[in-house]
Write a protein that binds this ligand. Sequence first.
Ligand code: SF4
Length: 277
Amino acid sequence: MGALMSTHIVCYSGGVASAIVAYEVVHRYGAENTLLINHNINPWVEDWDIKRFKQEVSDYVGVPITYVNMPDWDTKDQLDVCVDAKAFKVGIHPLCTNRLKTAPFHKWLDQNYPVRKGSCRTDVTLYYGFEKDEPARIERRRSILGEKGYRTAFPLKEWSGIISCTREIGIEPPLTYDVWKHANCTGCLRAGRQHWYVVYCRRQDVWDKAKRAEAIIGYSIIKGTYLKDLEEKFEQMRKAGIRADEKMKAPTFWAAAKRILGAQPSEEVLSCSVNLS
Ligand code: SF4
């Protein structure tokens, strides 16, 4: 009797880290045993070059992308789903992550790889592109998914000899990395003041829609301040020539912005991935 087949499911976000994981998983286990799961995002807030990158990596490794999308993904964005639900958060998590990613993924897993109560799917492993320096995030994800009966792996932390950039296989990372730190939605509802300053300077359309969403919902996106109350300060910063990109490290940004914005609150932006919690 042949060995049982295992399925290797890469949570494929559109960022470089999960693309490296996709390449390494296929290299190790073969294209025929690998799935690349992605949640397609409204092109208004997911840059065309992220979509180009996702497709190029998929073509290179020979695994088509399995899109697990929320209904109406191409007409609704992270702000629309929050306005529909009249909330920006579910518990401590951004509601948009749940609607755009977690809920569709959970449903897909239940339909395609269900777990019998109290058992574990030893034939399925879920892979994430979490970085070496995110041990707490890794342990949390491993624990949550383990309780649900799924094994997880984090190749960037656990495997050696892996590529460090997709340029090594001839694929340019998304151009968005020239401006943004992660391949998150533009106007990310997890992000803090630095991200929203960049949105203010570069995507006035997203900024205006986010302000309208705050007015409708009656809560602020950033803890402690509404976007409308930051507008004057951001304009002063823009006029003062403070760089509008996330390439600038947070302490450098805050050193430049402190006189106008005040002290730096704790607001680290993580890449956005399915929580399943
Ligand atoms: S990237 Fe940001 S805005 Fe988009 S779903 Fe995730 S938390 Fe929401």
